[in-house]
Write a protein that binds this ligand. Structure first.
Ligand code: FES
Length: 256
């Protein structure tokens, strides 16, 4: 979408956004519906859209991007006309999600966070979609599909290709690249991790200053003479009451 086209879209959406913003006590509460509106028209949430929303809602662009990047419901890169998001959460995994994901990869010829060369499908494996009672499940352009089977997948893909599927294609104002992730898996594998996660091999190890039990972080807080103002009693019971009591006493002395 060119700058001119985006400017025209923004003017068209302005009255709708003004009504939306007026419904909330805090302007920023309108951010998610605004992002969905942009995505509906652009097929994704562009940088222009995020900047425009930041200005209208008196937020910083970083705050807007922080929200948008949190949700798999919002796409920050151009994607295929059909966004296929398969759940890989626990209930779905127990019910065969691994086989379902392998089947999708085989049928589409692309992997996680990739788009087919014809720009029709983008594929992503996502965390729990909150439909565990109908595992295995997925979303197609954000519409839920439950109780997946290979046969259901075949029917879905055939119908989409034939243009007869019940879920409509998304707008596609820009051609998607083959990989739409911000950081492709291949780059992560090369070691492009956040500073705290570098050299941490196991995905179950949080890395950084803490350890699995959290005691290193507590030691660190004590030696740096930093107080815990919000008391983490849960961690205190699990790890070391003595350590946390020491911190609490210091906080009390400091009058907090
Ligand atoms: S684990 Fe798939 S919906 Fe919850």
């Amino acid at each position: 979408m060119s700058d001119k086209d985006f400017a025209a879209l923004l003017e068209r959406l302005r009255p709708e956004f003004a009504e939306l913003i007026a419904q909330y006590e805090h302007k920023r509460s309108a951010l998610l519906p605004m992002m969905h509106a942009f995505q509906q028209h652009q097929g994704y949430v562009s940088l222009d859209a995020m900047s425009a929303a930041a200005e209208m809602l008196e937020m910083t662009p970083a705050e807007v991007e922080g929200v948008v990047s949190f949700y798999t419901l919002l796409y920050r890169r151009p994607v295929g006309k059909y966004m296929l998001q398969v759940c890989r959460g626990l209930a779905c995994t127990i019910n065969g999600a691994e086989d379902i994901m392998a089947y999708f990869r085989e049928k589409l010829g692309v992997g996680h966070l990739q788009t087919t060369p014809d720009g029709t499908f983008s594929y992503e494996e996502v965390e729990c979609l909150a439909a565990c009672d109908r595992a295995t499940c997925m979303q197609v352009n954000l519409e839920f599909i439950y109780d997946l089977t290979p046969q259901k997948i075949d029917e879905m893909l055939d119908a989409i290709r034939a243009g007869t599927y019940a879920v409509a294609p998304m707008a596609q104002t820009r051609e998607p690249g083959p990989t739409w992730a911000t950081v492709p898996d291949s780059e992560i594998a090369k070691g492009r991790k956040s500073p705290g996660a570098v050299a941490v091999e196991s995905p179950n190890n949080p890395g950084g200053l803490g350890d699995a039990s959290g005691t290193i972080m507590l030691d660190h807080l004590i030696t740096r003479d930093v107080y815990l103002f919000g008391r983490t009693t849960e961690r205190a019971v699990v790890d070391s009451r003595a350590v946390v009591e020491t911190i609490d006493e210091r906080a009390d002395r400091a009058g907090h």
